[in-house]
Ligand binder design. Sequence first.
Ligand code: APR
Length: 309
Amino acid sequence: MRRSKISVIGAGNVGATCAHWAAAKELGDIVLFDIVEDMPQGKALDLAEAGPVEGFDGILTGTNDYKDTKGSDVVVITSGMPRKPGMTREDLFEANKQIITQVVSACVEQSPDAYIIMVTNPLDTMTYLAKHISGLPKHRVMGQAGVLDASRFRTFVSMELDVSVEDVQALVMGGHGDTMVPLPRYCTVSGIPLQELMAEERIQALIDRTRDGGAEIVKLLKSGSAYYAPAASVIQMVEAIVKDKKRILPCSAYLEGEYGLEGIYFGVPCKLGKDGVEKVIELSLNEQEQELVKVSAKAVGKSISSLNL
Ligand code: APR
């Protein structure tokens, strides 16, 4: 039986950390690609040399040649500019549009049957662009955002209540930006609704912190943006696909009528398995939640239209 082949494009902070998590979980053979000469080779070799200590097998290849990504089962795209303090994800639009256009066509030429998971920001727009450039069907192209946003919310809830992160479940929908929609009604602690455990104003404070979660890290790092949690989140999606786990995870998925939205990528709960995005789950939302979704969809739609495709 062949091991899965996972290519990670962009060997910077997020890409290299993706390779790290994927290798440690033995998800398959990993190819780390970057345009910077020798750097991905160095990182891949360094990571391979951690294998004997940590006890993971798998071939790790660093490269500047797309041919080495040939026949990938999953391609994770992290190439592009990260944010600097004061920037929104949307400010990365122009620079990353050029990079993603070129990277996606090069990847698909080598791996026409791959699943593509986008990480580059602005996320929903870059995922839309990836689908357009690749010509792949919607179940094969998705974006990572909701796993990270929900994980941030879960972290803050666990800190506030002083309980294990393992017991906190949360759901965040919408665009991966300032309009994201954390859904406290769907947040539970070991099955107990969050509202039973926390006052309304504290919940709202954690929602606000979640929305600003990326910016909070950017401000602290001063150069560059978050990468441990983003990378762990992508790898949870990769694992769901290569192990056909049928996980229910919030992802940026292409919508054709779900939630009343048409022709955009948007954060929604999905079933992820060997066929990629196998299903979009439609939740019943109350009026206030629907309104927040509408505002978020409008912002994402505006960004997508400015791709002028
Ligand atoms: N092809 C391949 N790699 C590229 C290209 C390209 N055309 N252009 C840039 N890169 C590489 C850079 O050389 C760099 O190694 O992408 C990498 C990006 O790494 P970092 O600068 O460390 O950025 P990172 O923190 O990993 O974020 C990458 O993910 O979360 C998002 O907003 C973030 O858009 C950003 C992306």
